[in-house]
Structures are given as C-alpha cells and as structure tokens.
Design a protein around this ligand. Sequence first.
Ligand code: TSJ
Length: 653
Amino acid sequence: MSEEILHSENPSVDQKNGKDYNESQIQILEGLEAVRKRPGMYIGTTSSRGLHHLVHEIVDNAVDEALAGFCTHIKVDILPGEIIRVEDNGRGIPTGVHPKTGTSTVEVVYTVLHAGGKFGGGGYKVSGGLHGVGASVVNALSEWLEVVVCHDGENLMMQRFERGVPCYSLKKIGEQKETGTTVTFKPDPEMFEDTVYDYDTLKSLLREAAFLTAGLRITLTDRRNPDEIEQESFCYEGGVASFVEFLNTNKGLIHDKVIFISGTKDGSSADIALQYNDSYNENILSFANNVRTTEGGMHETGFKTALTRVINDYAKKKNIIKSDDKILTGDDVREGLAAVISVKLQEPQFEGQTKTKLGNSEIRTMVDALVQEKLTAFLEENPAVAKLILEKSVAASRAREAARKAKEATRRKSALDSASLPGKLADCQDRNPENTEIYIVEGDSAGGSAKQGRDRKYQAILPLWGKMLNVEKARVDRIYGNDKLAPIITALGAGIGSEFDVTKVRYHKVIIMADADVDGSHIRCLLLTFFFRYMRPLIEAGYVYLAQPPLYKIQKGKLPPRYAYDDKEMQEIVNELGGVNEDGIQRYKGLGEMNPEQLWETTMDPSCRTIRKVEMEDAAAADAAFTLLMGDLVAPRKEYIEKHAKYVTNLDI
Ligand code: TSJ
C-alpha cells in the first residue's frame, strides 16, 4: 500500500525534502492507511455521527491544554465547504524535532497513531478523546488538514497534509507573539457517508465540553452562509453544577441550589452535581475523562449505591422510615433526580457494547466513599433541603407500591398477559425475534394498508389508537393503564421500567411508522420519549427504527412510478425524466394515501426500504423536546416552539 504513496505523482508531496523514507515513516504511512481502510474501527462509524466525532477529537486536544491550565478560549468555526477550523490560545503544539522520528513534534502528533499529547514533552495527558484515537486519525480521514502553530511566541509555523500524508515538513510562514494552535480540516467525502455538519449537534457537543471544564470559553461560529452567520459562546464558571442547572431548565425544582460534591484520591478526581426536580424521571449523565459514558459503569454504580444508602440512613436516623420493609429503593431516591458525574482517571477502561461503560472498580469505591461522606454531611447541615428530598422519595415509594398493585390488578384481568395480545395487533407467523419486526403505525387507514401490504411471515403491525398520554406527568402506574401505550408493552412482551427485560422482546426491529407532518412528529416524539424512559435497553440494543416513507410519487406516462424521499431527490428524478406534467409531481399528505402495494414497495420491503436506526442521542433529544412540549411551564414551551418550529416538526431528521 505504501507503494502508491511513496511513488506518488502528486507534486505537492515533496518526498520529505528529498530525504529517504526510513522504516518508521513507512510504518506511519501503513498506520494511516489502516485508518482509511477501516475507519469504523477508529471512530466507531462513518455516518454523520463519525463526522461530528472528528470535531470532538480535535477539540479534546485543546480542552486538554485548558485542563493543563494554559488555554482559556477555544474557537470552532464551520467554514463554507463543510470545513472545520479549531483554534486555541494554549502553548502551541511543540515544534521542535522529536528524537524518535527526526521530524517535528507537530508532524508526529498528526501522523503517528495514538500520539496525542503524550509526545508534547513533559505534559502528561490522561487519555481522553472519544476513544483516545488522537489527531492522526482525523488527519488520515481528512481530504486535507492544515495546522498553524505558534509555540515560542515568535515564529508562526505551518504544515499541510493530504489524506494524512505531509505535503511538506513544518515550515515558518510568519511571526506572531501570541502562542496557540489552529487546525483546519476538510473531512474526506470518500470516507464519510455524509459530510454536512449539523450546527445543533456541534452546539450541544461544545456546550457539554464547556460544562465539563469550568471557566473554559468555547465559541462556535457557523460561517457557511456569509449572509447569516450564527454564533454561540459557552463558558460556565460553575462547571458540572451549571450542567445540572441546565438539565433542570424549565423544571419545577424541589430545592433551590445544586448540591456539589468533589474530591480526589490516588491521582483520580470526581466532580458530582445533583438537584431534584418535581418530575418523575431520573436524568443522570456520567463522564470519564470528558467522554460521555452512556452505558454507565463504576462511577455511576458508586454514586447510585451511596445515594440510596445515605438517604435511607438519614431517613432511619430521623425516624422517617420506621421499619425495614419500608426501605427506599434506588428508583425511589432517584425519582426527579438530575445529576452529572464527571471523573478523571489515569487509565480508564472503556467496556460494553459501545465502549462507553467505565470498568475501573477503584472508581466505584472512590465515588461511593466520597458521596457517603459529603452527602451525609450536606443532609445534616441542610435539614430543610433534606426534608424536601425525603418527601419526594417517600412519595415515589408510595406511588411505586400503588403501581405494583395496579399492575397486578391488570394482570389479573390478563390484559397485559402475553397470552392475550392486543386485539389490533396483526402478529407475524415467525416466533423467532431475530427474524421479526413490528411496525407501530399511527392512524387506522395507514394501519389497514400496512396490514395488507406486509409480509405476514415476519412483519407484525400494531396500529395505534386511543388518547395520547402525557408521559411527562405520569408515573409508571398510569403508563400501564394507558390505552395507547399498554398495547405496545403487551406486544413487545418485555415489561417496562426497572423490570424491562430486553431478552424477552418479541421483535428485534421495532419500527415507528408515522407521517412526515406535525402530527407524525408528535407521535414519533411521544414514542421515542416513552422508549427512552421506560424501555431504554431497547434503544441501546439498537432495536428501534424509524420508517422513512417517501414524500413524493413521480409518475410519467406509463413508466413505473418513482418515489422521492426529499425535495432534492424529487427534483433530480423529475430532471432525469425530462420533466413531468402537472398531475405527475404528487406529494403524499400521509401514509394513509398510499395503497398497500405502494406502502410495501416504498417503506416496508427490506430489499428497497430505508429505515433509520434510532441512536440514544435521538431519543434523548426527543425526551428533551418532550419535556418542553408537554411540561407544565407554558412560557418556555411557547418560546421553544417558536424558535425550533422546524426542529420540532422534523424531530427525526
Ligand atoms: F492535537 C491536535 F492537533 F489535534 C490539537 C492540539 C488541536 C488543537 C486545536 C490544539 C492542540 C493543542 C495542543 N493545543 N495545545 C496543545 N498543547 C500541546 O501540545 C503542548 C504544548 C506544550 C507542552 C509542554 O510541555 O511545553 C506540552 C503540550 C502537550
């Protein structure tokens, strides 16, 4: 492979100033080539998510400089052509010759896999980054990348790479007093399915980074459209405490001030913030070395165990619970809890299916001891707050007891028994969940078409009817009783909440099929929120999908009909057909308009349909939108709808 690069005819590759390639340089090229051969191995996915990971990866390097205490401001710009520029005001990547390679440290950082900041000379870097892959991976996956560095407060140095290969060695391009690093790169369209950056995705990513590094300012500017430059700047002196305030925006608070706990032990540190709101949900976000640990892990376990113990001990001590059978469960003490746990450690072990579960058991012990000590002291010193939290937990406990009884009552009526599946469910013949899929369809007419159009061997159809339940205001007991959600619970056959058992799910594809209009978004939002809150492992297992019905049917004369899934595609097809007459450009108003054959051809036939897998981020975004849309607070809701009208209607796009 290195052959083609070594003997490249690209005149911009200056053959390293005529120097012979030595063994280590060949290894470097082989390394970068490996990244380009299997990009998924290094960044998880080449989907839009992978594209955004690149920015995260580069920004993390600048964040490390901030954590080391030398950088106060990071600027991220989206430039025309989907080019990203990241600039910091740190010390600048060292520019001297690296003893191992004989090239500059800058070049090492960008060409040696896993080099990261460890080559900075002296400065130790806890392995951060998404999976700690480093700048070289971003370089390998960029059509081109340019780095401009001022390290010595005198010389401005620059180097350019194309698909990972240096175009020339680091060279002086000018003089500058201020130190810092600027990286500009264009993700390689050959490597990514989609190279369009989403402003809101970058915004939440950078806001999160700002929350996790108290005092660091991060500014995002979208310059893609020169007539409409968008900019937002994030800086939070409160760090994770500010993060919790943010999570509780627009929620009714149980107590005013966020509780903040922090400590270090054996070179590891933990920052924890928590605050209760009056909802019935728990919202715990955890991080290890600034990497979001969606699958949880030892830091989360330590926190939860200690929280449950501390609250029960306090309740017993104050005679709030008198007998052992009234002990508060973990679910009870976490009802309405918003919390952020951020730990930093030297050698994080990332485990689990998506490598986002922290495996270091010493962190569990550390977090447990820290929360035990500090939260106990807090409750003692703040009896008024303690009383409010205890009341919330006790109310949750009572509600859960009532829910258990409600569930038993319903069980007795056998309405939720898998022996009696919901009446409207058209089940499939195959009983092996690995082969089967269920379409959850809004609207009776679409449901009818889907039933006729499906392949009944492995496709089940559940039409939804009945009243929309406001999940936001409902506890578990009311979910079971809801006529819209109960059939879903029964059809899936795996329970809900803490009793949900993903191994019992009757279908490994749960496909939400709703119209591409406001009502459709509403139902998608409701269902995603429901799955997010009550069947989260279903999403984590990757079993939830969104059907993508076409928006247009294009008919020209006697030719077979063509379908388009967005406006651009519609225009392309029309052009390709050389135009169509008036009644040939048909826009579907809803799924119900399609006949069974059309629905099968466009949306349900696995050989030609597209379905979109729901990621945790999608579901979390739906949950956040839902909180605003269905919550009690009218003013923020109105404001949100006005500001995000487009987003709310296209929640899945
Ligand atoms: F890695 C990278 F190229 F992706 C990147 C690194 C991207 C950006 C936007 C910034 C940086 C970066 C690296 N900013 N600041 C630094 N700092 C160092 O590399 C550095 C500087 C000095 C010393 C020292 O010990 O003197 C050590 C290090 C690691």
